[in-house]
Design a protein around this ligand. Sequence first.
Ligand code: GTB
Length: 218
Amino acid sequence: MRTTPTITAFERSPDGGRGLARDMRVRWALEEVGQPYEVRLVSFAQMKQPVHLARHPFGQIPTYEEGDLVLFESGAIVFHIAERRHGLLPGEANPRARAVAWMFAALNTVEPPIFDRDLVQILERKEPWYEARMRALEDSIRTRLVALSRHLADADWLDGDFSAGDLLMVTVLRRLNGSSLLADHPNIAAYVARGEARPAFQRAFEAQRAVFEAASGG
Ligand code: GTB
């Protein structure tokens, strides 16, 4: 019998309930495979305490605990879920390997400039290099989106059926919602909307939003 996994998430997410923190992708993966889960909410201070550092060497969220297993890194957690339950990776070896390649592409090739752009907007706005750095990051993002748009063309998903590769890619690209970077590629914007419309995404989104509402006294 399997134990119910426990994940960690922000006690009070700085994203205002928009589901941009990385627990969202883990929640979504668990919802896609129909796996109930529990959530341990942690404050920024708790994340740096020994109890949490034993779960996550860098003192971050999300983490994942299931029986004797303690995992960190959202990509590794989503991969673990996808490997052990049906619904997020194809059964056949080659399509499965390609879906894993898209997981890495989302996290290694597409996410870095998108994440850095948000970080620079928050932390470096007053710095003399701000404009140049933003231009460089947005150029990198555009380069990635042009290639992604070409690959996606008019397909629904990156490679056949919806997979963990799409799940991660959509969570990465959602950070661009409302920007012209995304609007310039209607097929990618529609792809993100398609991911967000999935019932599993909606359940995950509402669950993390409820945490934010409760923390805000709503
Ligand atoms: N590579 C790791 C993974 O994929 O799991 C990165 C984990 C990570 O960055 N965790 C962040 C964290 O714990 C939360 S998700 N930060 C606290 C710390 O480092 O002390 C990043 C995040 C934070 C906030 C927003 N936001 O407000 O919009 C979005 C994303």
